[in-house]
Design a protein around this ligand. Structure first.
Ligand code: UTP
Length: 481
């Protein structure tokens, strides 16, 4: 039985914060339910919740003024084909390769999100993305990491962040698929923290009579989770100091990119990012900017439209550097920003959502209108806290085609088209003439695939293809592996 002192203290604390309704159904719960409920409530940082509710829901705290006139586009290192220094890119690539071979690099996927837009039931990483071989996102990344390990003669570890909503099912998916061919000891799964959701008046929402609605605290929660889970400690023990960060929904990402790693190490950067030029001025991606001497990402929804549309004298978009959630983190930096006592904590943002809840009469409601607020930290907010940050340009088709929505932009269909275009491009780069072009109509019904276990990037593909004794004919249904 739960000591009444504990119950009263918890109740009192909630009452002081105007959240006493959380206990409305307490007396109706079984003893076991009461225990679980109290454990959940006690695990919540109620002071932090109050701060965020005051700041983001009730608007009691004035946000610092932002001087838009002082915002500049961030500097970045252009690709050689866009005017960058090819000797410097070669130097970076060769340094990156040495760093990988020394075992200093690990891959890191954030996979703790809810994936509501896609509307897929299950961990998003188990969603099938390849057109022919029907591989899941997790399998695609495992293939790329395995190929990189083989290429550089080192077992590259893979850290995967889940959340309570999908931790168990994620691990089950790996077990059921023999870890997608990766050594079990190279994988490290850990969960991020959850944070309570509130209604539009800042009141904690209940999911059941004895359960608060808790949602993952954003991909920015990864820094703290990496420290709390022991991941950074493991990295230290294994001599890993570069963490290659990518999101679970982007199968085009180059999980291990030698040139990117080289630039990061060359500049002693604590946090490096890849940009891709925006496809059009109002593309819905964050924008790398410079403000008061620091690089940072400004959300497209925050930047005035006129600024997003601003063109320079060559007709190019001024604020062109799109953020595609591809970063490299220095381990010591993660420990600095992610530790519990850090003075450099990432800020919370709010997301107004439709959140199912239990109303005051104990009835379950699935709202049709926006009714609640989720609190999330964004990993790119770490950029302004890092030293020597580097931003390099990436080719869109070798880096970014996320699966966010069920249809339309950033959907499974658009991603499959981008995978095909990449395969066509890689073959063309290996001097294979195809009767199709990425833009051609024939690609409409045509499909073939390159297994990323065969080649992890274009350069690798050219070498692998040239060394292939029995080259397959590229026709409908061919899988190069
Ligand atoms: P999104 O911002 O696309 O969110 O996440 P989501 O939860 O996956 O999808 P929606 O918005 O509900 O449709 C981008 C990446 O960040 C991870 C996701 O798993 C994805 O890889 N993420 C997001 C986390 O790991 N934790 C979070 O709390 C939120």
């Amino acid at each position: 039985m739960v000591a009444s002192k504990t119950v009263n203290e918890t109740k009192e604390k909630l009452s002081d914060l105007g959240q006493e309704h959380v206990f409305n159904f307490y007396s109706k719960l079984s003893e076991a339910e009461q225990k679980t409920f109290l454990e959940q409530v006690q695990s919540i940082d109620l002071n932090e919740l109050k701060t965020q509710v005051d700041r983001l829901v009730l608007g009691n705290e004035k946000e610092a003024d932002f001087n838009w006139d002082a915002l500049k586009p961030a500097d970045y290192i252009s690709l050689p084909e866009n005017g960058g220094d090819s000797a410097l890119w070669e130097k970076a690539k060769s340094l990156g390769e040495s760093v990988i071979k020394e075992g200093r690099v690990a891959a890191f996927t954030v996979a703790g999100g809810q994936g509501t837009r896609l509307g897929y039931d299950g961990p998003k990483g188990t969603f099938v993305v390849t057109p022919l071989s029907q591989k899941s996102l997790f399998e695609v990344f495992a293939n790329k990491i395995t190929r990189a390990s083989e290429r550089y003669g080192v077992a590259i570890p893979w850290f995967i962040m889940t959340s309570a909503i999908n931790h168990k099912t994620t691990i089950e998916a790996f077990e059921a698929n023999n870890y997608f061919g990766m050594p079990k000891e190279s994988l490290f799964f850990f969960s991020q923290a959850l944070f309570p959701a509130v209604d539009l008046n800042g009141k904690i929402l209940l999911e059941e009579k004895g359960k608060v609605v808790m949602t993952p605290n954003g991909h920015g929660g990864s820094l703290r989770a990496l420290v709390d889970s022991g991941a950074t400690e493991k990295m230290r023990k294994e001599g890993i100091d570069v963490l290659s960060y990518f999101q679970v929904d982007n199968p085009l990402v180059s999980c291990i990119d030698p040139a990117f790693i080289g630039f990061h190490v060359l500049n002693q950067s604590e946090l490096s990012s890849k940009m891709i030029p925006k496809a059009y001025p109002l593309e819905k991606v964050g924008i790398f900017c410079q403000y008061e001497g620091n690089n940072l990402v400004v959300e497209y929804s925050d930047m005035p439209k006129a600024m997003q549309e601003l063109l320079d004298e060559n007709g190019e978009i001024v604020f062109r550097s799109g953020s595609v959630a591809i970063h490299l983190f220095d381990r010591d930096f993660i420990e600095r920003v992610g530790s519990a006592s850090s003075a450099d904590k990432l800020p919370y943002h709010k997301a107004v959502k439709k959140i199912p809840f239990i109303n005051g009469s104990g009835e379950y409601k699935s709202p049709k209108e926006l009714n609640g607020v989720k609190f999330e930290m964004f990993v790119f907010d770490a950029l302004s806290k890092a030293n020597n940050t580097v931003i390099i340009e990436g080719l869109r088709n070798d880096n970014f085609s996320p699966v966010k929505n069920a249809d339309g932009i950033d959907s499974p269909k658009s991603c499959q088209k981008d995978q095909l275009n990449q395969a066509i491009r890689w073959l063309n780069a290996a001097d294979v003439e195809l009767d199709i072009s990425p833009e051609g109509n024939k690609t409409k019904d045509f499909s073939f695939e390159i297994n990323y276990r065969f080649a992890m990037d274009e350069e690798d593909f050219i070498n692998q293809w040239n060394n292939l004794k029995n080259k397959p004919t590229i026709e409908l249904g061919t899988i190069i592996e």
